[in-house]
Write a protein that binds this ligand. Structure first.
Ligand SMILES: *Cc1c(COP(=O)(O)O)cnc(C)c1O
Length: 371
């Protein structure tokens, strides 16, 4: 069976974990954490990078940093992972869901402004499949109405918008290093902070509401409880694992982008002939090889496709179910129909894509034989 995903191991992870253990400091914010954070800041231009135990945590930190209170409104796409919404709902936010674009599963930027009210506290965008949203449009709204922007860049490491790294454009950015992502450490994440005003408080929220980070830098002579927060930081074993992945990020990215390109070229004719959509990548965006998906004409087509691939030992999967019609949020949703989001819920199929993917030609030819 060709699985949908197989986490890539570079081979240096255990070496670095050994290194972390040998330092005697295996709780959080040690030398490997600092090495990783420095790398993120220098390479992708984040003003401050804080490792977290997941992207969900980074999103939760964002909600705390933005002081989301019961009744505040947050604008976000419906076609996304639960965590994008949950982090804000936990603080009492009312969600205002935006439909996906007709061209791609990302947020329809044109439909954001009509949802802005005097209760709007944040716009959260998701760079689906690592392909950028139109950030100029989003940041213009942010400036006009003075609303913070959070980039859910969980899938978007080393991807760009008009040359700018994703996760470096909004006030805050959230990355995932879950084993299904390009760079992974089992469970892990990162909060990127691009507005300097948030840095000091982010460090406090990160370390259980204490000013411990300042204390260890010698900036204050005792530390204590000064704010809200939680234990958002990972241990050094996790950071050491992640460091091994960062050392090979260019190799990993190249390999994934090659696989993406091979799918794209190999399936173009078949897709055109059969009314199947391929990923749309706007001129302002790059491909980071996170995901290769197709848009089937309808759900029956997709069900059949998944079944035929399964019968040929190839695991292809669908993706999100629209959050506005989820069992948890449906009754709280304002009732607007979001047909594009539902289209992607019903018609999008993801093909296997991972570093050591075998038999890609067989996958492509099996798809071509479906019709
Ligand atoms: C993977 C993912 C998350 C959650 O990441 P975790 O690290 O598992 O918490 C959130 N948002 C999006 C868009 C994702 O793809």
């Amino acid at each position: 069976m060709i699985p949908f995903n197989k986490p890539h191991i570079t081979g240096k992870e255990v070496h670095h974990i050994y290194g972390a253990v040998a330092t005697g400091h295996i709780s959080g914010n040690g030398s490997y954490t600092k090495k990783c954070q420095k790398y993120f800041e220098e390479r992708w231009g984040f003003k401050k990078a804080l490792l977290t135990t997941s992207c969900t945590d980074a999103l939760e930190m964002s909600a705390l940093l933005l002081n989301i209170k019961p009744g505040d409104e947050v604008i976000l796409p419906s076609y996304t992972f639960v965590s994008t919404a949950l982090a804000f709902v936990r603080e009492g936010a009312v969600l205002r869901f935006v439909d996906s674009s007709a061209d791609h599963p990302g947020i329809d930027e044109v439909k954001v402004e009509e949802l802005i009210s005097d209760k709007t506290k944040a716009i959260v965008v998701v760079h689906y499949a690592g392909v950028a949203c139109d950030m100029d449009k989003i940041m213009a709204l942010s400036d006009k109405y003075n609303i913070a922007v959070v980039e859910d860049a969980a899938q978007a490491i080393d991807s760009f918008y008009k040359g700018k790294p994703l996760g470096s454009i909004g006030h805050l950015g959230c990355f995932s290093f879950h084993e299904t992502k390009n760079i992974q450490c089992g469970e892990g994440g990162l909060l990127s902070i691009n507005d300097k005003r948030f840095i000091k408080r982010a460090e406090i929220i990160w370390e259980k509401g204490t000013n411990r980070a300042e204390f260890f830098r010698g900036e204050v002579n005792k530390y204590g409880w000064v704010d809200t927060g939680s234990s958002f930081l990972p241990g050094e074993v996790t950071a050491a694992f992640l460091w091994a992945q960062l050392e090979e990020v260019d190799k990993i990215q190249k390999r994934r982008i090659d696989i993406w390109n091979r799918y794209h070229a190999g399936l173009t004719d078949w897709c055109k002939e059969n009314g199947v959509g391929q990923p749309f990548v706007p001129d302002y965006a790059t491909v980071n090889g996170h995901m290769y998906y197709l848009i089937c004409p309808d759900i029956e087509f997709r069900t059949k496709m998944i079944k035929i691939l399964q019968d040929n030992n190839i695991k292809a999967v669908f993706h999100y179910l629209s959050l506005h019609s989820s069992p948890y949020y449906q009754s709280k949703h304002d009732g607007r129909k979001l047909p594009q989001s539902d289209k992607y819920s019903n018609c999008l199929i993801r093909l296997p894509l991972f570093h050591d993917l075998p038999h890609q030609n067989k996958i492509i030819s099996t798809i071509k034989n479906i019709i």
